[in-house]
Design a protein around this ligand. Sequence first.
Ligand code: NCD
Ligand code: ZN
Length: 360
Amino acid sequence: MKIIKLAGLVDIHVHFRDPGQTFKEDFHTGSVSALAGGITTVFDMPNNLIPVFKKSVLFDKFKIAGKKAVCDWGLYFGSVGDNTHEFEKVAGYVVGLKVYLSLTTGKYVVADEEKIKAIMAAWPKNKNIVFHAEGDRVDLIIKLTEKFKNKVHVTHINTRESLEKIIYAKKNKLPVTCDVTPHHLFLDNTSVKGSDRPPIETVLNFVKPPLATKRDRDFLWENLSWIDCLVSDHAPHTLAEKKSVNPPPGVPGLETMLPLMLTAVNDGRLSLKDLIRLTSVNPRKIFGLSKDDSSYVEVDTDDKYRIDNSSLLTKCGWTPFHGWEVMGRIKKVVIRNMAVFENGRILARKGSGKNVSVIT
Ligand code: NCD
Ligand code: ZN
């Protein structure tokens, strides 16, 4: 047994499906899953069934999260370009704005460049806009950032090409940051090749942006120093949905992120310092959260075991990493000096999680 203490993880990209699709996850089960994964703060995305594009919808969601969350949380506002008049009313209450430039769950895509420009012009310059951008949309966002000078964060980078563009923007001192998910680091599309009937694990791994090649994955690992944050993009869907003829994109990830990354630390793929930078230091810095020494995680870095669907606390009950051997178990989670998770048990009371949105 070797217990080490880490800063509580801040996961700036999750989907708790509450309200609207609580059969997949809700704010209680999602935040329980976060604690089991060593994550003390989550930022929830706006692509609910009724999207968070209006102040009234946002405030209804505040109430839900306030009643149910067992970890700390913040919410994003969303836009497809027709609600810019709401921006000044909500910006002070949210962690940022989320804009989809590529198709995914919810289909809230903004394709028209003029609309993207209107969004960037209207959103306050001191708050982040998180973009889902793939392929040429990354070029577009970099071009527009040069003009509009927003704080831009490109989430879930999946390919070498996308990361190269972000590196170029960073070298040119543009206010652009980015993140990567464990599934884009650990999984690739090689298993799809040459099969007309994809194996079940391929179907389950259908995600946006899509898993890329081994070459892409290698490039992400080799260039972790250019990547600012690590996010789970926890996107729970039921197994029945994933196995259906028209499966939705997305995989759950809260409970597997830290064990997978601790295993990578053990394998010498990154340093513990890097892991802390990606999961705590940078998310806090980019989103303006102050350092919090009273929220932390204790992990046993010597504990070797297999990830198993049956031990997960997420409501969706499965992971693409089922059966993977990992090294590193989350033993205890403390938020604001209160033990909230210990030896597999949730100790926090529903609603004890706090809204961390910074009023600026
Ligand atoms: C996410 C979801 O299901 O909400 N799906 C996914 O494949 N990542 C949406 C998203 O982040 O693109
Ligand atoms: Zn997402």
